[in-house]
Write a protein of this length. Structure first.
Length: 113
């Protein structure tokens, strides 16, 4: 089941503007970016935050689950999605611990003979 855009917009509206949050649709689901880093996925209208040590400590008792079959476990966020301050802080912590994405190498065009 694909995620609803309304749910994605609700989640992004809950997160502080300071987090620089944006989203991109991928295969019917969504990736959430904070300052250019993927910090979360929304799959089947559920929020999955990338696991970091700081994020786990902040949450305390957490639930891990894969966002889609074959994926690594992420932190499944359920009841706290309506707490804007809490969710914004979790995104800040996660973004701060994740490395910057590696820059993609530009493909060279093949010369035709």
């Amino acid at each position: 089941m694909a995620s609803d855009l309304d749910f994605v917009e609700f989640i992004t509206d809950q997160i502080s503007d300071e987090c620089g949050i944006s989203f991109k649709k991928m295969f019917g689901e969504y990736a959430l970016y904070s300052k250019g880093k993927i910090v979360a996925l929304i799959c089947d209208n559920q929020l999955f935050i990338k696991p970091t040590e700081g994020g786990k400590k902040f949450i305390g008792e957490f639930v891990e689950a894969p966002p889609y079959p074959g994926a690594k476990n992420s932190l499944l966020i359920q009841g706290e999605i309506e707490d804007s301050g809490w969710l914004s802080e979790l995104v800040r912590i996660t973004e701060n611990e994740l490395p910057m994405p590696k820059s993609k190498k530009k493909r060279q065009k093949k010369l035709s003979k």
